[in-house]
Design a protein around this ligand. Structure first.
Ligand SMILES: *Cc1c(COP(=O)(O)O)cnc(C)c1O
Length: 379
């Protein structure tokens, strides 16, 4: 008989701690919103959309129901649907790919740069020059800023420009990440955000947003998210129902005010983990010199993943795998998705070796030290 493992004292994620850390402020915002008598598309949403736009450095944002819808709404606002292909990666939340198919477009999945886990520009160049057989014209690239680190936009943007395809940033894991000192979200035609509770900017329920340098595009998203209305009860376009409600918007206003400090805390914890990993066989996350990484996840790489995960578990430490199966190998997608020339070989290798350590701003110093102590024992 094997002894049952000790309780998890450092979970990999802990959205409840995120609530408790700001409980008084959040409770006041919730009470204010409940008392207002207005629960959908009101002043809390407008105030959040403005504050978020200002914080990102773009003219406008539009809230919506979740990060998947944000991608679908951005694509639709750009006129991308059936008869168009969209390039993205297979090493991502399945949502990135699901959203492309939601609008009727065809995903083309290319391989990642194995060091940073983001879209490999050489693969993008190859599919733009010589698209896979049978796919419609490529009209957009969805660049995922994975784990909190920007994709290689210095290489990706000129490729998009040269080939006349729209660049959309999937910023669901990268609220506040920077490139050459500028926050991601304004580098392409549109950018999409998720406010799923564990994201760097997390609601206490579902939420999402689209940002753009083009206020008209944001206006189209704002219409599409509510039945295509620009005027009440008159649909100019066929829209959907994907709204960010007033309670979530009020909570997000509170959380946004703390986001810079929380991202700094994430970076400090990441630096502590880096130090603890020195001299172990685990590979810490690589940083792009031109980028500011906000560590949505702290992902190490190891060929001994199962045993590392078990030893952390014995020390009361949770861990996660993001993501265990590349999208193109998942049952719903297998054998029917067009791939780039490398056939996602680096993606498939990464999926077997990546491991996410606990990382969120509410980790106490003692918890961080508990993780570091366990890491140091890994040869
Ligand atoms: C979380 C996430 C999404 C989807 O967001 P939801 O709010 O869960 O719909 C999309 N892309 C990436 C990279 C994500 O991490």
């Amino acid at each position: 008989m094997t002894a049952s493992p000790p309780p998890i004292t450092v979970p990999q994620a802990n959205p409840g701690a995120g609530y408790r850390a700001l409980q008084a402020e959040i409770d006041a915002a919730v009470a204010r919103t409940l008392a207002s008598g207005w629960y959908i598309l009101g002043q809390e949403l407008r105030a959040f959309e403005e504050a978020f736009a200002t914080w990102l450095g773009v003219p406008a944002t539009a809230g919506c129901g979740n990060g998947t819808d944000a991608i679908a709404l951005a694509l639709r606002a750009l006129g991308i649907g059936s008869g168009s292909a969209v390039v993205t990666v297979s090493h991502t939340a399945v949502a990135s790919v699901a959203a492309i198919e939601m609008v009727g477009a065809t995903p083309v999945l290319v391989d990642i740069d194995p060091l940073h886990y983001t879209l490999d520009p050489a693969e993008l160049a190859a599919v733009l020059e010589d698209p896979p057989a049978g796919v419609p014209p490529i009209r957009a690239v969805l660049a995922v800023h994975l784990y909190g680190q920007p994709a290689d936009l210095d290489a990706i943007r000129p490729l998009c420009q040269r080939h006349g395809v729209a660049l959309i940033e999937d910023c669901a894991q990268a609220h506040g990440a920077t490139l050459h000192g500028r926050r991601v979200g304004g580098f392409g035609a549109a950018a999409t955000f998720s406010f799923y509770p564990t994201k760097n900017l997390g609601a206490l329920g579902d939420g999402g947003a689209v940002a753009s340098q083009d206020p008209e595009l944001v206006g189209r998203v704002a219409a599409l998210r509510q039945y295509g209305w620009r005027t009440h009860y008159i649909s100019d376009d066929v829209g959907v129902n994907s709204r960010l409600d007033e309670l979530q918007a009020a909570i997000l206003r509170v959380k946004l005010a703390h986001l810079d400090a929380q991202n700094a805390r994430r970076q400090a914890i990441a630096a502590a983990y880096d130090e603890a990993l020195a001299g172990t066989s685990l590979q810490p996350p690589a940083r792009r010199p031109e980028a500011g990484h906000v560590f949505h996840l702290y992902v190490v790489r190891t060929a001994e993943r199962a045993s590392v995960q078990a030893r952390l578990r014995q020390a009361g430490i949770g861990s996660g795998i993001h993501y265990p199966q590349p999208v193109h190998l998942q049952p719903a997608y297998r054998d029917r998705i067009a791939l780039g020339p490398a056939r996602c070989a680096a993606t498939e290798r990464a999926a077997n070796e990546v491991l996410s350590l606990p990382l969120y701003p509410e980790l106490t110093d003692a918890q961080v030290e508990q993780v570091c102590a366990a890491l140091r024992t890994l040869a």
